[in-house]
Design a protein around this ligand. Structure first.
Ligand code: NIG
Ligand code: FE
Length: 419
């Protein structure tokens, strides 16, 4: 078959090559091709392997010389709070002084401060701020982004955030996946009646499902926010409606969220800095992914989730930025990969599986994305590095030179290509 586009003279191409979820010791396995090529037709991979790919060349093939660079699948940022108004650098100072994150929330700041700003913002304002972040993500190699609501906390403003997600999906090359997170905090108008808020939210959730505004529902299961039993109630109803479910679990206090997530059939349980040993065992015996967010530990100066122990016990791990204005203000998934190596002791291959195939698995995209194989979407990144390990080692800068999504150039020489 003749390709529309052929990328050749790739120094080394690294890709996951196992059926997800990739668990435990299998996370160390990655396929490599040296002196490789990728052939693309109509946005899909039609050929991949070692050599120059000559058999895919025709008169009209656009041929690109990778000049010995490394190629990886597009990175998948499977947990973000992308759409929000403003920023919280004022609070950063308080966090630095040691005031706990949950105390700031208790006093009406934190998430609730961003809720106030997001409610005041128009769709256009939210769109422009989020689109700017999405560009930054893409420049750093991200090609799929999961984006949660949760800064509206009423129907009008939650659906406003979700509409922004939809507009971004329609107008930006990054593939967007929307999650409804009405259960992110208790809004101040319900501060004395959490149950009434939950009741309202469950009604809103039905409308959001009916209008196809989100694929999944997420809950912040934490002391002083939504309890284990609140979470169970919300996620059971979400699942009964037809939503996929996930949760922010065991982030600060070990409430047993991860175990509940497994019991309910969550696609992922996220954070897990305070997970119990028993829940690690439960995760290992399930297909729920442990979605770890080391940027939050770094920024809040908290312990890191014990990723090494989880993998050694057979858990499937993914990783994401958790990009949000309060606990992880970064769009840069490469920095998260560095933390996974430097602070969590993971191997480069484990980290690559975590930010590609396992992330695509819990977003239900693994038939199209998350690895470079014939028939899959041609979403890949070209990096100026000598090998995969170098990406984890040389930190704090952007190594991505080019990005392709569905076979099209979207970043070339570190600059965004617009149609
Ligand atoms: O994943 N933990 C709850 N939600 C976010 C933080 C949101 C915020 O502080 O604005 C998180 O860390
Ligand atoms: Fe989060």
């Amino acid at each position: 078959m003749i390709a529309d586009r052929l990328i050749y003279r790739i120094g080394t191409l690294y890709t996951p090559n196992q059926k997800p979820p990739v668990k435990g010791k299998d996370m160390k396995m990655i396929q490599t091709y040296s002196h490789a090529f990728i052939a693309i037709k109509e946005g899909k991979i039609i050929g991949i392997g070692e050599g120059d790919g000559d058999s895919f060349k025709g008169e009209c093939t656009d041929i690109i010389d990778a000049k010995g660079a490394v190629v990886l699948p597009g990175l998948i940022d499977s947990h973000t709070h992308l759409v929000h108004a403003g920023s919280r650098e004022d609070e950063y100072h308080e966090l630095q002084k040691g005031i706990p994150y949950l105390d700031i929330l208790k006093h009406g700041g934190g998430i609730l401060g961003t809720v106030h700003k997001t409610r005041m913002a128009t769709c256009e304002m939210l769109y422009h701020q989020a689109r700017h972040s999405l560009d930054t993500m893409m420049l750093h190699g991200t090609t799929v982004v999961e984006s949660k609501s949760g800064y509206g906390l009423d129907y009008e403003n939650e659906s406003k955030q979700l509409r922004v997600n939809r507009k971004l999906d329609e107008t930006h090359p990054i593939r967007m996946i929307s999650t409804y997170m009405g259960a992110h905090a208790i809004p101040k108008e319900f501060s004395h009646d959490k149950d009434a808020y939950i009741a309202d939210m469950l009604t809103d959730m039905e409308m959001i499902y009916r209008d196809g505004m989100a694929e999944a529902v997420d809950v912040f299961c934490e002391e002083g926010v939504f309890s284990l039993s609140d979470t169970k109630k919300i996620l059971r109803e979400a699942k009964a409606l037809g939503f996929k479910i996930k949760m922010h679990a065991d982030e600060i206090h070990p409430l047993g969220g991860a175990g509940l997530g497994v019991e309910l059939g969550c696609k992922s349980v996220d954070h897990l800095m305070a997970i119990s040993d028993a829940d690690i065992q439960l995760l290992a015996s399930s297909n729920t992914i442990a979605n770890l967010l080391p940027g939050t530990s770094f920024f809040l100066k908290k312990p890191y989730a014990n990723a090494r122990k989880m993998i050694d016990q057979g858990v499937a791990i993914s990783m994401a930025t958790d990009y949000n204005p309060g606990s992880s203000p970064t769009e840069n998934l490469q920095f998260i990969m560095h933390l996974a190596s430097n602070q969590m002791g993971l191997h480069p291959e484990e980290i690559l599986n975590a930010v590609t195939i396992n992330a695509s698995y819990h977003l239900d995209l693994s038939d199209k994305k998350g690895s470079l194989e014939i028939g899959k979407d041609a979403d890949f990144i070209v990096l100026d590095i000598p090998n995969l390990a170098y990406l984890m080692y040389h930190y704090g800068i952007n190594h991505v030179r080019d990005v392709f999504i569905l076979g099209k150039y979207v970043v070339k020489d570190q600059k965004i290509v617009r149609d």
